[in-house]
Design a protein around this ligand. Structure first.
Ligand code: SAM
Length: 282
């Protein structure tokens, strides 16, 4: 389990891994959902008039992945939802149940406010409208509120990231996860282990849709809240997927235009992965 740290003095190295994870958890105690939404989910990063804006790119990738016909089943689980909903807007039309998850209570609360139509830190209406347009639909909010069945605590660093019994024993039919694993892991080994942990939540042959940052070493989770990130390249993403029991179906890469580099992080690009859990893995 701590493979990358196994050395003659195995116990010390296990501590190193645990300390890295604990340090990340303490960084997240100051995460500010409203600020994070403001930094990443308003223009220029979410400009629906621009094709080269980052959010429309992500929504187009997800739309395509969920409408190709191979992704289907009963249950979709979003890993590390944060305070955001965009990542399940296409999936909510394909699956009867959608589970949202996050490590932080403040993020789960933010999502609950939207579910209960109490308003929140961000108006998701332009997002709902944009995805409706992609799908040729008129309405989505009611459907989304109907299919989201729960918002659960999660810790991807645990071999069992969700509470026992949270999922049916067969596992989820599909996982989506955006900007979570690389921004909660102290290093590449922890990122790969976390990918292995979430793989166990998926049924054999189930799909993983993974979106994440390339070349990022930090981001701001609020004013002055600098959170370290594992800087990834495409080859590392592919190798980690393979090591964690996934077969890559497609990798797409977005390069940030200069004017999207707005000082809230040092991300240079975004990857989108469609993968499948290897057949024969329980
Ligand atoms: C960069 S945000 C991504 C949020 C959202 N998915 C998005 O696309 O914007 C990273 C998220 O990971 C969550 N997180 C922190 N530690 C975690 C852990 N150990 N396991 C799972 N999620 C964690 C944070 O609370 C935060 O919501």
């Amino acid at each position: 389990h701590y493979g990358a740290f196994e050395r003659p003095n195995g116990r010390m190295d296990m501590k190193v891994a645990e300390n890295g994870v604990a340090a990340m958890a303490s960084c997240y105690q100051k995460f500010d959902p409203a600020a994070y939404l403001q930094y990443n989910y308003t223009p220029p990063r979410a400009d629906f008039e621009r094709k080269d804006s980052i959010v429309p790119w992500k929504l187009a990738c997800l739309h395509r992945a969920f409408t190709e016909g191979d992704v289907s089943g009963e249950l979709l689980v979003d890993i590390g939802s944060g305070p955001t909903l965009y990542q399940v807007l296409s999936g909510c039309e394909v699956f009867n149940k959608v589970l949202l998850t996050d490590f932080l209570e403040v993020n789960r609360q933010e999502l609950k406010r939207w579910l209960q139509a109490e308003g929140g830190s961000l108006d998701w209406t332009p997002y709902l409208q944009h995805v409706c347009k992609l799908e040729g639909r008129r309405e989505k909010a009611a459907k989304l509120r109907q299919v989201i069945s729960d918002i659960l605590p999660i810790d991807v660093h645990r071999p069992q990231p969700l509470a026992p019994g949270a999922l049916p024993s067969a596992g989820a039919d599909c996982l989506v996860s955006c900007f979570c694993l690389e921004s909660v892991s102290p290093d590449l080994a922890a990122f790969t282990r976390a990918l292995g942990h979430i793989q166990k939540l998926l049924r054999p042959n189930g799909h993983l849709l993974l979106i994440g940052a390339l070349g990022e070493s930090y981001y701001f989770g609020g004013p002055g809240v600098k959170i370290p990130v594992v800087p990834l390249n495409e080859a590392q993403v592919c190798a980690s997927l393979q090591q964690s029991g996934f077969t890559l179906i497609r990798l797409e890469v977005y390069t940030l235009p200069e004017d999207m580099r707005v000082g809230v992080d040092d991300v240079t690009g975004v990857f989108f992965v469609k993968a499948r859990k290897d057949y024969g893995l329980a």
